[in-house]
Design a protein around this ligand. Sequence first.
Ligand code: SF4
Length: 267
Amino acid sequence: MSIFNYINEAKLPTFWCSGCGHGVIIKALADAFDQLELALNEIVVVTGIGCFGRSDDYFMTNALHTLHGRAIAYATGVKLANPELTVVALMGDGDAASIGGNHLIHAARRNLGILALCANNRNYGMTGGQYSPTSQFGDRSSTSRYGLPESSFDLSALVQAAGASFVARTTVFHYKNLVKYLKKGINKGGFAFVEVMEPCPTMYGKFNQLGSAGDMVQQIRDEVVPVSRWKPGSDKSPIGILCERDMQEYCRAYDDVIRKAGGFDGD
Ligand code: SF4
């Protein structure tokens, strides 16, 4: 196969702004599908709302375009209905951590066997550049013109604390690692979360005067450090595999409940 078996070329070019990180991320996901040699009908891509919520348009796999903040809720239903499917929830930071925040932490707690991919550009790009739960203290946005007086979520730490079995953070600059973590997340067999730091030059970049998309990618690269070299108190964020542990996956645990209750054999 090739990655173009997974990408809907008829929909290209994407509707995203020039320099947006989303295109890099969906290419990396197609690369991961291809390297794992997954069949198109084995995959379900689930999206919510926002610029990244349009991602499902660009895949040839099964796709489900749902409500704002509800990608994981729908992905939960799909996975429980057919645990053999590879289910990937694609979310921006607002979608995943604000409107969908409760779904995110509880899917992690349950160890539902899906990959949750968060494209983190620290704002709501589609609706005009409002601040999001991952905007940084002091950030300027259309709803924090004089600087944001709130601290941000560390999403990877949050999901790790909630009980996920696999958590990795990387950036669009680190493409090979991004593909590697997506493959590991798909194969994990538990709740896998991959956070990808990326630029939104049109909104976040404009409000914070961060220069071109290329300038922003370099800034994102310089804000992170491999987790092996990261120390608590550092002003940089750790990237790499932040958590990997083995626990019973939710669908399997649920099958046990069904068996104990005398219902059908879920296998
Ligand atoms: Fe990407 Fe931002 Fe443009 Fe949305 S507004 S497509 S997030 S660059």
